[in-house]
Design a binder for this molecule. Structure first.
Ligand code: GCU
Length: 610
């Protein structure tokens, strides 16, 4: 690949979308199914800790910075850079795990990539990013294109007018500095991996194409909304089909290029479930374009303290997962990483995963659809944000909008979570309630939750019970609490006399519990950091969970030891949070087998009930 395209994006946030049910999106549905070229491999880089590529010595914006195709031209242009013989990094991939001198790096890093283009008349071209952490600006052949502020969701820019036949150059500025008004803000218990962490594609479409396809299922009928984009979008003929169900329908789009379909499949549809992850190809055809998506059909609801999948109550045998590859350092991305992580969850005996604490790569959700794992999906509204700051709320809503627009065709996703351990004072609660309303406006077909804390009832400095009364529980469909009794405070044996009550008759999930365990470090069951300590925490907490009336699921913290800037303890943590069932090399700890045995028993118990 030798052509180069340099894209410039002004510092303008994407307009906040008017998100409402039926308001179809600016997302491109199922980008990976479209014609195009993946811009992976080695990209040249320039590390730029003081943003020399964007501002001059007086911090004034440059007219011709590191995005320029021509390099430094006038005497005022910076000369401290060139991409010709620059260092390289692999894309997709975070920069922290690729170079020791970038392990802790938080700042700006410039990427450039060269590739051939042969744009055809009547075709359109989009640069599509699976995600970049955190703020990305993009240049094509020295012209500006767009900017994206949110770190874990896809974005794209049309570049049709900027592509040249033959040589083009693309430059991306990524900055991952944490900000107090950001989402997440300054303090997280996960690594701030920066860079082009997910796939970059140049996608080609017809002049008028199927931009958005939303499919849902109410138990008997399949509903589909289609939106075309292009000069012939209005009053266009659109045909939808699900060949395996002998279903098809034609319609004409309205003035906005949209059409809706209701397909009555009766009882011919094989419902999607973890035991039978049945997927169907839903295909949309227009005069110029065809777009397909592989979709599972299932229903999810609650009934009192039960979660119902396809009308039957189930127990969520889960595990929490951070987006780190199983068998190497760094951010997970792509199908093979997703398959490794979720195959291990299946081997553990899970029917459910909590993808913490931010939207994972789209390949994880498609793999969960394929392997049969229910999913709790979450945005990084985490611990302390500026909950009274309107721009922080707007950014949190953008995270939700872009996550839901990307994943709302995924049968595996049953819970949208608006955050984790945010606290419950009135300001924080109104922030979360606003996010809950936003979720429901975008997608009323799934369950709303957040990971909260229960209030401990104390006697003689010991917990004697827990009350789930976080005010967000009023609007949530599913209650969820994190509990680290025996690790962060109290003795885990206290749980033997700790009933759990809740202020609402709603399903309750134990969304986190666990302990730090250094693999291979053995001792007495009260020796911290030993695997024996962890086994004691799991035995007592699992026994406690089995006594909680109406508990609908558990997701212990966490599948794999993961990098955290808060976990320094030299010789023990060494910048890893050690609560994983496997260590950072994917090697299993004793507790993996204990939980696997527990899930085997639960699966048998619940299979008898069905
Ligand atoms: C918290 C938090 C996690 C964190 C974990 C821990 O509950 O939700 O993000 O990593 O506990 O302390 O290990």
């Amino acid at each position: 690949m030798k052509l180069v395209i340099a894209l410039l994006v002004l510092c303008t946030c994407l307009p906040a979308r008017a998100a409402s049910l039926g308001q179809l999106t600016d997302q491109l549905t199922n980008v990976t199914a479209r014609d195009g070229v993946v811009l992976d491999g080695e990209w040249q880089i320039v590390v730029d800790p003081y943003d020399t590529g964007s501002i001059d010595y007086l911090s004034r914006p440059r007219d011709n910075g590191f995005w320029s195709s021509a390099g430094p031209v006038t005497s005022t242009d910076p000369e401290e850079w060139n991409f010709t013989d620059a260092e390289v990094l692999r894309v997709p991939g975070d920069w922290n795990s690729q170079r020791d001198d970038l392990f802790f790096y938080e700042g700006t890093l410039w990427y450039r990539r060269a590739f051939e283009a042969a744009p055809q008349p009547g075709r359109r071209y989009f640069l599509c990013f699976g995600g970049a952490n955190k703020r990305a600006k993009v240049w094509v052949n020295g012209s500006e294109v767009g900017e994206h502020e949110v770190g874990y969701t896809p974005f794209h820019f049309e570049v049709t007018a900027l592509l040249r036949s033959g040589d083009n150059d693309v430059t991306v500025r990524v900055n991952n500095e944490r900000r107090s008004d950001g989402v997440p803000a300054l303090n997280t218990d996960w690594w701030n991996y920066g860079g082009l962490t997910r796939e970059v594609r140049l996608v080609e479409t017809p002049a008028t194409f199927v931009r958005d396809l939303e499919v849902s299922f109410d138990g008997t009928q399949v509903m589909a909304r289609v939106r075309l984009d292009g000069p012939e979008a209005a009053d266009a003929s659109v045909a939808i089909s699900i060949e395996e169900l002998a279903l098809s329908q034609e319609a004409r789009t309205n003035e906005q290029g949209q059409s809706t379909f209701v397909l009555d499949a009766g009882d011919r549809i094989e419902r999607w479930s973890p035991e039978n992850p049945r997927l169907y190809d839903v295909r949309v055809k227009t005069r110029e374009d065809t777009l397909a998506d592989r979709v599972g059909f299932r229903t999810v609801a609650t009934r009192g303290s039960e979660i119902l999948l396809n009308g039957s109550p189930l127990f969520l045998r889960g595990i929490c997962i951070h987006e780190e590859a199983l068998s190497r350092e760094g951010r997970a991305h792509g199908e093979s990483d997703a398959r490794e992580l979720l195959a291990l969850a299946k081997e553990l005996g899970c029917n459910y995963v909590r993808l913490a604490h931010y939207p994972h790569d789209e390949s994880m959700l498609r793999m969960a659809d394929e392997l049969g794992l229910l999913v709790w999906a979450e945005v990084p509204v985490y611990w302390t944000l500026e909950y009274d700051n309107p721009s922080t709320l707007a950014e949190a809503k953008t995270h939700l909008t872009e996550m839901i627009e990307r994943d709302r065709n995924r049968a595996s996703v049953i819970i949208w979570s608006i955050g984790n351990e945010t606290g419950d004072d009135p300001v924080r609660t109104s922030f979360r309630v606003a996010l809950g309303e936003h979720v429901k406006a975008l997608d009323s077909t799934r369950l709303l939750s957040a990971a909260m804390w229960a209030r401990a009832e104390m006697e003689d400095d010991r917990p004697v019970g827990f009350v789930v009364e976080d005010p967000f529980g009023e609007v949530a469909d599913v209650l969820a609490i994190n509990s680290y009794i025996g690790w962060y405070w109290a003795d885990v044996e206290d749980l033997r006399t700790c009933p759990v009550t809740r202020a609402w008759d709603k399903p309750l999930i134990l969304s986190e519990f666990g302990a730090g365990m250094k693999r291979g470090f053995r001792g007495a069951s009260k020796d911290r950091w030993t695997e024996d300590f962890g086994l004691r925490i799991y035995r007592e907490t699992l026994a406690w969970a089995s006594r909680i009336e109406g508990l609908a699921g558990i997701s212990p913290w966490i599948l794999k030891d993961f990098r955290s800037p808060r976990r320094q303890l030299t010789g023990v943590q060494d910048w890893y949070n050690l609560k994983g069932l496997v260590d950072h090399r994917g090697e299993r700890k004793e507790v993996f087998g204990l939980l696997q045995e527990h899930y085997r028993g639960l699966a048998e118990e619940w299979s008898v009930r069905e």
